[in-house]
Design a binder for this molecule. Structure first.
Ligand code: NAD
Length: 497
């Protein structure tokens, strides 16, 4: 953000691979944020007044600019998070797909619609339209610093809002780049999308800045703090938080496919994925065979930054200690580490860990581990698998592997999760039209899809009286006897229907 009130305090971003400084950024506070929100509000008025088709053109220009600058964005993401190029490229193409969908579908999803008026209002015409809220404050995490915020920023802009974005203090360069590329692609709307940099205090100042909604992605602990701040001004909040996603493996599952997906879902991006695989419930008959296949595949992976590494180091230095604690505590409580687990943390990163027979009350089963670990427990049948999968305070994503399509659908309908993939992991993330979000400690509200567009709007209802009704119930001049006749007629109809 450039303005006349440049802050003096600065902070440094570091490479998780080398530990060396990458760049410095301003710590922006209430004053800079107020200025950004003010500019955003001015730009939002012009942006919201545009026909949806024009907004779509502008957003597609930004999307094309992001695509042609993909190498720069990917390099910045890799430098700041330590994730491998392939992981960064994957999140980038997911973000492009979502941005494209939001831009192309906002007009259709949010347009004015005619509504049936019903018996009491036959003289009225009724419509509803979804109008933008104004300025959206987006607070983002570091683990998917492009895909995750674009899931809010792209949809909020497509719905006709302006955005002030506070990226994670671990990935400020990526956040700044997203806004710079927007300004380069859509120079006529300067201020419509601004990035402000800083850590918790900057996020808190944004939540306090009287934006029209906050879209927060991060941990449930921080979501609680943001919600408390938003409560002061009744600022609405959308909270996308962590997960403890379970995979259920039925006796008839394709075990090779399940093992392959479990290993990728648990280990890709060093396990730092909100909807990554953390727990597996396999029915007894196939538990051992599945464990063997998972161990065989996961055993071939190792962390690092070199060309043969499967995933990068942990982005936050402190997260390796969390992984270590979960693994040690689980083993202390009776779990078996069938892969890794002795010294999971090395200079290269955290090696893959596969735990079996993990007590359900241990942190490895109840808290988000956010590392390349997976716990595989045996269950008697699918009912027990569903019961255990649902016994979590998180409820974000889940998967089920079975060859029987009907059984897959039944299990999906029983799972307490915002999204379920049958015979894949994270299948839902690549479908922009599907809403995404959770409940419990996984947060509330939805991003992506039509619901994700509507999340950044408020419906406005309009009625137009087409003719004066013979008996006007909302007039003091209508005869009382006629009103009584209408009321009793409607009552009789409702008693019979
Ligand atoms: P975090 O909660 O530490 O931080 C998230 C953001 O909030 C950062 O920008 C941070 O600076 C800001 N922040 C911190 N304290 C704040 C405060 N008091 N007020 C306002 N803002 C504040 O989370 P993280 O470590 O950056 O991200 C990892 C978490 O995010 C994991 O739990 C992961 O599962 C979750 N996540 C969820 C999704 C999803 O879509 N559900 C996607 C990605 C990540």
């Amino acid at each position: 953000m450039t303005d006349t009130t440049l802050p003096t305090a600065r902070f440094t971003s570091y490479s998780p691979v080398t530990g060396k400084p990458l760049a410095e950024y301003p710590v922006e506070g209430p004053e800079q944020i107020a200025e950004a929100v003010h500019r955003a509000r001015r730009a939002a008025a012009r942006w919201a007044a545009l026909p949806a088709a024009r907004r779509r053109e502008h957003l597609l220009r930004w999307k094309r600019r992001l695509a042609s600058s993909m190498d720069t964005v990917v390099a910045t993401v890799s430098a700041e998070t330590g994730k491998l190029r392939g992981d960064a490229e994957l999140e980038m193409i997911l973000a492009l797909e979502h941005l494209s969908w939001a831009a192309r579908n906002a007009g259709r999803v949010l347009r004015r619609r005619r509504i049936r008026t019903g018996l009491l209002a036959v003289n009225q015409g009724a419509t509803v339209v979804h109008r933008p809220l104004g300025v959206i404050g987006v607070i983002g995490p570091w683990n998917y610093p492009v895909f995750t915020p674009v899931g809010s920023i792209g949809y909020a802009l497509a719905a006709g809002n302006a955005v002030v974005f506070k990226p994670s203090e671990y990935t400020p360069g990526t956040g700044v780049l997203l806004a710079e590329l927007f300004d380069a692609a859509v120079p006529e709307y300067a201020g419509l999308f601004t990035t402000v940099t800083g850590a918790a205090a900057t996020g808190e100042a944004l939540a306090r800045s009287r934006v029209d909604k906050v879209a927060f992605t991060g941990s449930p602990g921080t979501a609680r703090k943001v919600m408390a701040v938003c409560a002061e001004s009744l600022t609405p909040l959308l909270a996308e938080c962590g997960g403890k996603d379970a995979v259920i493996v039925a006796a008839d599952a394709d075990l090779d496919a399940a093992a392959d997906a479990i290993v990728w879902g648990a280990m890709a991006n060093a396990g730092q994925t909100c909807a990554g695989v953390e727990r597996v419930y396999a029915v007894r008959e196939v538990h051992q065979a599945l464990c063997d296949k998972v161990v065989e595949r996961a055993g071939a992976l190792h962390p690092g930054a070199g060309p043969d590494a499967a995933y990068g180091p942990m982005t936050m230095p402190g997260q390796a200690a969390v992984v270590e604690r979960h693994v040690k505590e689980a083993v202390g409580a009776g779990a078996r580490a069938v892969l890794g687990g002795g010294e999971p943390v090395s200079a290269e990163g955290v090696g893959p860990v596969v735990l079996v027979d993990v007590p359900e009350h241990s942190a490895a089963m109840t808290e988000e581990t956010f590392g390349p670990t997976v716990a595989i427990n045996s269950v008697a049948d699918l009912s027990e698998a569903v019961r255990r999968a649902n016994a979590s305070r998180y409820a974000l994503g889940a998967s089920v592997f079975t060859r029987r399509r009907r059984a897959g659908a039944v299990v999906a309908s029983q799972l307490r999760a915002g999204a379920v993939s049958v015979n894949s992991v994270l299948g839902f993330a690549a479908v922009p039209a599907l809403p995404f979000g959770g409940s419990g400690d996984s947060g509330f509200g939805r991003i992506h899809g039509a619901d994700g567009l509507r999340a950044f709007t408020a419906p406005q209802s309009v009625t137009v009286q087409r003719f004066t009704p013979p008996v006007n119930l909302t007039s003091f001049t209508a005869p009382a006897a006629a009103k009584t006749r209408v009321i009793s007629l409607v009552r009789t109809l409702h008693e019979r229907r």
